[in-house]
Every structure is written in structure tokens, then in C-alpha cells.
Design a protein around this ligand. Sequence first.
Ligand code: NAD
Length: 503
Amino acid sequence: MNEQLAIAGLESKKTSEKVKIAVAHGDGIGPEIMDATLKILEAAGARIDPEPIRLGEQVYLAGNTSGIAPETWKTIQDTKVILKGPITTPQGKGYKSLNVTLRKTLGLFANVRPVRALSPYVHTHFPEMDVVVVRENEEDLYAGIEHQQTQDVVQCLKLITRPGCEKIVRYAFEYARLHGRKKVTCMLKDNIMKLTDGLFHRVFDEIALEYPQIKSETQIIDIGAARLAARPQDYDVIVTSNLYGDIVSDIVAEIAGSVGMAGSANIGSRVAMFEAIHGSAPDIAGQNLANPSGLLNASLMMLRHIGQSNIADTIEHAWLTILEKGYHTTDIYQKGVGSKKITTTEFTERVIAHLGQRPEKLKATKMASGTGAMQIPSYVRKERKKELVGVDVFIDWNGSNPQTIGDELSRIAAFQLQLKMITNRGVKVYPKGSEETYCTDHWRCRFVASNAQIDGTIVYEPVAYENVVALLSKLHNQGFDVIKTENLYEFDGQRGFSMGQGE
Ligand code: NAD
């Protein structure tokens, strides 16, 4: 199947038609900043029809641990666009993160966070920065698959998929193309995680070739994040996986000095959700002190997504104008920079009063219209030949000498399968380990049919799965505590598993 998927599917709306938007006011300062935002959108002539939905603290406290009322799903599926205020997650066990539920249930695969300096009106050391972080939103360590395997060892599965990588990398390049951005930087740790981050890197290199007009580069996440914190003005669009993106997007917002100012989008193939990056700020809730800029900026991303870019531009110009005039809410107000400390209500009135005016120094964001109609090709799976060549058997064993377990396992052979090596926390400890290596009660024992070396490359023989079952049965009968197995495969003759350190 090779048809194109239209993100959010809004491209068919007539321009004159009002677009239905599901609106969640949120908790804490949420209702205040949402009212401000909706008033500004209305005054600017945004063609939207807001439909309130129930999410958040009240829904949690009414006994729904997901924080979303059942009837809300239907509204979201009808409107396909959500404008969401910040949510308070009640303290205590059993409450699930509403954001994670929404992202995963609605397939919101891309988290997009544009952050730029608003210097000198908002203090930052980096007046030139203007960065967009595109973070993969659905997989990686956030799949949340965790197990305790032995008394001393717990595990979290990092899942990276080819369709997931293709979608997010393509989205980043399409975003760059549509918004006139010049460079996409991919940040990963594939020098260590050669299969998972290696796949992301490969897909990035493949897709980058289709965008010769956009510069592409890859950086190891540790040095990349350090350079980003030191010289953010060198970056344009950053694409990365879920965990790295979570960290990098907060670094970017913090150094811009604009945690209270930035908006973000969560984009899916059918639904898109827009929100401020900050939380519900319970410390200032109900006091008319909150800065609505973060949610207002999110709503501008929403307007551009649904093809109402001209209205977004008008609002952005008015907002930048009041920033330049020094009308600043308490969170950003500094003596000598701001001319008047304003309330949430005054912010709303002043933005509305400045609609139609243009800022003198600050420039509007480089944003395209109709991003909701962006085309992302659907995934085409290429069949590859998959061959079983062995098994990693994980054993819970509370001994300390690898030689003991290694010698015992070496005597157990099930048809072609024989012990090749044992690792502990990924380091080879048998045969010929190092005395210094600390060993836990979690032993990864690799059984393969053959490990003949040809020209320095290990050649594996195909194995029948029955042999794996027979091996497990033998291990169990001889008293070994097998906690899990991982089959070892080759795909089109290429090794689909990592080597042990020192193997
Ligand atoms: P927070 O972002 O709510 O507040 C951090 C600090 O920034 C506070 O001092 C607050 O007063 C200030 N602040 C934040 N937004 C502001 C604004 N618009 N105007 C003026 N000042 C602002 O972070 P927190 O205190 O760690 O979290 C509070 C609650 O928000 C928690 O329940 C948390 O789970 C939730 N939260 C929700 C989201 C979301 O819904 N997307 C995101 C982050 C945190």
C-alpha cells in the first residue's frame, strides 16, 4: 500500500467553514489562559467552533484513573483538533498520565516544540536562537514495558520501529521544507545502541537524501545536547527519539527563558493536539497573574495547522507588539525592560487592542499555512529473509564465579545448540572474563549452532526452533531458573543482535 496519509485530514475543509475544535480548559491557571486565548482568537476572526471537553483533575477525582471522560473520545474523533489547557495530575498512586494516554491512543507521533528568543524583552543569553525540536512521541523507552527479572535486576524495553522512525524523520524534513528552515540535525546514541539508535540513524540518512536542499547532520546526543545548551543559535530543526527529545526540548525552552511562553503541537495522522509547554501553575491559579502566551502560541500553531495562517500572523504581530511596548505579565516583567506589569485580563485586552499592528523589531515566526495537509507516505514493508541462528537464555543464578555456571552450561547441548558465551550486564564473563567484572544474579547465556570464523566474520548456522525448546527443557530439568529468552535472528544474512562486550 503506497497511498499518502494526510496529517489530520483537514485539507478538504472549505476556507470559509468554521472548524470544530475540542477545547479542554484544564486545571489551575488553565481556565484563565484558555479564556484569554479564546477571546483573542474570536476578536481576530478565527473561523473556529470550540466544543468543550472534560479532561483532567475533576475527571481523575471522580474516579476515572485515565483522567478523560468516556464521551470525550467521541468529540475528539469528530473534531480531530484539540486545544488543551494544562492539567493537574493528582498526587497518589493509580493515576495514569493523561498526556501519555492521549498521545498513544490518538497516535500523536510527533511532538513539535518551536522555541525562539524574544530578546531583549524576555531575558536569555542566546538572543539569536530559533529552534524547533521534533520529538518522536510514541515509542522508545516510553513504551513502558518494564519487568523485574531477578531479585537484583529490572529491565525497561527500548522499542524503536522502522515505521516509527520513517514517520518522525519524514515529518521533520517536511516541517523544515514547509517552514523554510535550512537544516535538520538528528541526535542519537548509536555509537552504543547500534541496533535501535542505529536504525533511526539509517532511516535519517535514507530520507535526508530526498531533501538535498535541506542540510542534514547527525550528532551523538550527549555532545549534541551540550552544544545545544552552549550555542543554540547553530541549530534549526532537531529530530530525535522520545527520551532524548523529552530532555532536549526542555533544555531549549529553559535557555530561551521562555518556559511560560512556548507552545507545542502533538501531531498524528488523524488528530492533532495543541498546548502550552508549562503546567497548571497551581501557585498562581485564580489570581489573574498567569501569562497566556504559551497557550496563545499553541493556538497559533493550531490555526496554521487548519489553514488559517493569516489570522495566526495577525495575532502574533499584536502579541509581539505588546511585548515590545513592555506590557509584561509578572513572570517575565523586569524593571527597566517592561513598561507596565499587566494581569491576565489586561494581557487579553491589550493583544486585542493591538490586532492589526506590527512589531518594530521582533520578527514573526517562520510558519507555513495548512500544515495539517502535510503528506506523509504510508509505510511500505519490504520483506526480508529471517533466519533463526541461536538463542540468548537469561538465567537467574546467585553464584559469583562465571566459570562455574559456564562449565555447567557447556556440558548441556541440545541438538546443534551449544553455549558460545555468557555476559553479565552485557560484558563477556565466560569464556575468559576479567576478574574485575562485577556480576549480578542476571546471566545472559548465548547458545548458537556454530561460530566458525571466515575472514574474521562469525558465520552462524540456521537453527530449528524445536532445538531452542529442547534446550530450554533441558535447562529447566537440570535446575536452571530461566527468566526469559531472546531469539537470535539474521535478516537477509545480516546479524540482528548485538555482540557481547569483549565477545
Ligand atoms: P508549572 O509549569 O505548572 O509551574 C512552574 C512554575 O512556573 C510555577 O512557579 C508557575 O507559577 C510558573 N508558571 C508556569 N506557567 C506559567 C504561566 N503561564 N504564567 C506565569 N507563571 C507560570 O510546573 P509544576 O509546578 O511542576 O506543575 C504543576 C502541575 O502541572 C502538576 O500537576 C504537573 O503534573 C502539571 N503539568 C501539566 C502539564 C500539561 O498538562 N501539559 C505539563 C507540565 C506539568
